[in-house]
Ligand binder design. Structure first.
Ligand code: KQY
Length: 364
């Protein structure tokens, strides 16, 4: 069994690397809960298979799946993808999985943040979340990786992006939300990030674009392309529901400096032309304790929720007129990588996207 370490990554010389640094493998969790995924998860499962296949061209890929869906997943996934039975409450391994930290001697450890389904009993998205909260520990046990557990501090992986050189980016909307760590001041929250990611500087973006769902995760708004460079969502359309948020985030990042004192270069990344909405007959089970999906709901479809994986970037596509522009803009940001688009409308209907359903283990 791997050990729980009663210290912090910073004290032990471990840091969270940027997503653009070398990766060993990617984890995903198979979607199946019928109160989140329409039609019993069948359309979403196909989309997850497409994402997993795209990733497996660039890194080892592990799919975690419940006992009852094991054979289904094993049959739908190609042999190069490892399938492991593991219980969960849903499929958001970015948020309930470990944040891996590495040192310069080839060591790797996991940060096992407390998980409360994006707000616990205050405004969480489902109940219970006990199996999700065990995922980080189980993954680290499986990989024989020691962990740090933050028993008094709630955090999801989708709410942070780092440059691997001392800077983290996050949103006030999420990290200061009453459903996370209401007992802590902003300064105490910054200190937790500093100690567990080994960073010196927090860049606070005000809002995210999904207040109702994750309380505004940064991974729909902005990310580090490389140290000193970030991407930020953008639209010229004043009617776009996210226009104000895009402008505000862009201005904040344009003004920001990182831990090394660099002024950031900010790449604009378009929003889709037509927001994705829930339309027509959506067969989703209604269950007390789970936020219902309703006709006309705007889904959170941002091209920003891509995954950087070694020599590839896996990018959401929606069948929107601006899909091609998004791919082009991302190719300009990563001229040495292969940019692969995958249609993720079905994942968006469930409340997230490629970055939300993946978690990378860095290579050491
Ligand atoms: O996007 C995410 N990181 C998680 C969203 C959870 C949605 C549950 N319906």
């Amino acid at each position: 069994m791997s050990k729980r370490i009663d210290s912090t990554p910073k004290a032990d010389g471990f840091r969270m690397p940027g997503e653009f640094e070398p990766q060993q493998q990617i984890f995903m969790i198979w979607p199946e809960r019928p109160d989140n995924w329409r039609d019993g998860g069948k359309p979403a499962q196909k989309a997850f298979v497409d994402v997993a296949k795209a990733i497996s061209e660039f890194a080892e890929m592990t799919m975690l799946v419940s006992a009852s869906q094991y054979q289904v997943a094993r049959k739908m996934l190609p042999p190069q993808i490892r399938v492991i039975e593991m219980s969960s409450n849903d499929s958001w391994v970015r948020d309930c999985g470990p944040t891996f930290v590495i040192n310069d001697k080839g060591g790797i450890r996991g940060v096992d943040w407390k998980f409360n389904a994006w707000g616990g009993l205050f405004d969480g998205l489902y109940f219970p979340w006990d199996q999700d909260d065990l995922i980080a520990r189980k993954i680290c046990d499986m990989e024989r990786i020691d962990t740090y557990r933050t028993e008094d501090f709630v955090l999801e992986g989708g709410s942070i992006h780092v440059d691997g050189e001392g800077t983290v980016m996050t949103t006030e909307m999420c990290l200061l939300s009453p459903g996370r760590n209401p007992h802590m001041s902003r300064e105490q929250i910054e200190n937790m990030l500093k100690d567990h990611l080994n960073i010196e500087k927090v860049i606070w973006v005000k809002d995210g674009i999904d207040p109702e769902e994750t309380n505004g995760h940064i991974d729909d708004v902005a990310c580090f392309v490389r140290p000193g460079e970030v991407a930020c969502i953008w639209t010229d359309n004043k009617e776009d529901p996210f226009y104000e948020t895009c402008m505000e985030a862009y201005e904040t990042l344009k003004e920001a400096t990182d831990a090394k004192g660099r002024k950031l270069k900010v790449h604009k990344l378009t929003m889709p032309e037509v927001p994705v909405t829930i339309k027509g007959d959506f067969a989703i089970d209604e269950v007390e304790g789970t936020i219902p999906r309703e006709d006309g709901d705007i889904c959170i479809a941002s091209y920003m929720n891509f995954l950087i994986v070694n020599d590839g970037v896996i990018v959401p596509q929606y069948g929107d007129r601006l899909d091609g522009l998004a791919l082009e803009q991302i190719r300009d940001m990563f001229p040495d990588k292969k940019v692969v688009g995958v249609n993720t409308r079905e994942i968006v209907y469930g409340g997230g996207n490629i970055h939300c359903i993946t978690q990378q283990q860095p290579k050491v």
